[in-house]
Design a binder for this molecule. Structure first.
Ligand SMILES: *Cc1c(COP(=O)(O)O)cnc(C)c1O
Length: 403
């Protein structure tokens, strides 16, 4: 029998007792009770857009599917539990999550963002929020104190990612949270790269955690979706209002798929990390590689911070191949199991060239400032047999870099 995970049956709050069960048990059971009407162990996909009321305003917690629906609620409850938050709100993409949160600060607000934030977030901040009267300052946060000078009287949000993409720089979440709160702003942490399995920013002082569910949480490269998790009821109500009012919500089917993906998050993350660690060490020994960037390596300049604020190092790594664009191109043309593609976090291994692919929209100056050089290659290490991945990397390096 499934453990009795619910505190009560109020549909409007995420109320799973977060501390009672281990991560794997919560991943499989939180928000995933068998369907009470049939006993179905896997909740059905609820496609109805509207819900019967027995009298005016009397219903079972659902009125209209944009406002909420059972599959979305189930997903929100599970992910809230895994991020150790009280509330979660799901959106149609990670980007829609960002847009909705930014809208919540109103016009004339100011945002401080880490300088190597996800490219789409950078684009939203500069090309969309900017036209709506919101000002954004980008800051290098390798030293959290750098943030001090960026605050203005109207700073509402500090927005960070750690590790950053694609150069895997770490930011001290606790230190940034403290400074942010001294200035009466809120800290948003994009936790996409670590997933809740390895890092829980709310416990380190973040006010909102966001994820591109598209990546590790769904994990199978077949859903685009996002989510925000928070503890503060006021922030929750504000963003919940906008979730419904703006309406960038995920479909029932996508919510159902993401819930299915979530159930194996712990298994996948362990394997992603095991494979990434072996590949990082292998690349570090290769004479055809100039530098390997992986927070789990002792050579990573912030390895100690990684150990302090996270429970693991994830499945993303970047390396600089010996040479330049030609060698990187040669490697990416010749890998066979790794697929040359953007995105990350799926079970299959992917490789990409940040300078010409995911980060092509940045100016050359900005790319140089954040270390996105022409010989940089980013790997999203999947969960295939690691020996096959190592062999694939070796043969592609052999073709790309001549001794
Ligand atoms: C992919 C990604 C996003 C955007 O999410 P979408 O679901 O593609 O809209 C935001 N942040 C990070 C770190 C990402 O990798």
């Amino acid at each position: 029998m499934a453990p009795n995970l619910k505190e009560n049956d109020d549909n409007n709050v995420n109320h799973f007792k977060v501390k009672e069960f281990g991560f794997g048990t919560r991943a499989i059971h939180a928000g995933q009770d068998p369907d009470p009407s049939t006993g179905a162990v896997i909740p059905p996909i609820s496609l109805s857009t509207t819900y019967k009321q027995s009298a005016i305003g009397v219903h079972k917690g659902y009125e209209y599917s944009r406002s909420s629906n059972p599959n979305r609620s189930a997903f929100e409850e599970s992910i809230a539990s895994l991020e150790k938050g009280k509330f979660a709100l799901a959106f149609s993409s990670g980007s829609a999550t960002t847009a909705t949160i930014v809208t919540s600060i109103g016009t004339n607000g100011h945002i401080i963002s880490v300088d190597d934030v996800y490219g789409g977030t950078n684009r939203y901040f500069t090309k969309v929020a900017g036209t709506q009267g919101i000002e954004v300052t980008f800051v290098n946060l390798l030293d959290p104190k750098n943030i001090e000078d960026a605050f203005k009287h109207n700073t509402k949000i500090v927005w960070i990612e750690t590790p950053t993409n694609p150069t895997l720089r770490l930011i001290d979440i606790k230190a940034v949270a403290n400074i942010t709160h001294q200035h009466n702003a809120i800290l948003v942490v994009d936790n996409t790269f670590m997933s809740p399995y390895f890092q829980n920013p709310l416990e380190l002082g973040a006010d909102i955690v966001v994820h591109s569910v598209t990546k590790y949480i769904n994990g199978h490269s077949d859903v685009v979706m996002g989510v925000a998790i928070m503890n503060d009821g006021e922030i929750y109500n504000k963003i919940k209002f906008l979730q419904n009012a703006i309406g960038a919500v995920p479909s029932s089917f996508d919510s159902w798929l993401a819930s299915r993906g979530l159930k194996t998050l712990h298994l996948r993350m362990r394997q992603h990390q095991e494979n990434a660690t072996k590949i990082a060490k292998f690349l570090e020994k290769s004479g055809k590689v100039e530098q390997v960037i992986y927070p789990g390596l002792e050579s990573h300049p912030q390895h100690l911070l990684a150990k302090k604020q996270a429970r693991g190092f994830g499945g993303m790594l970047s390396f600089r191949i010996k040479g330049g664009f030609k060698e990187a191109d040669g490697f990416l043309k010749n890998i066979k199991i790794f697929t040359l593609a953007e995105s990350l976090g799926g079970v299959e291994s992917l490789a990409e060239h940040p300078a010409r692919m995911t980060h092509a929209s940045l100016s050359e100056e900005h790319r140089n400032a954040v270390g996105v050089t022409d010989n940089l290659i980013r790997l999203s290490v999947g969960v295939e047999d690691v020996d096959d991945l190592l062999e694939d990397i070796q043969q592609a390096l052999d073709i790309a870099v001549q001794d």
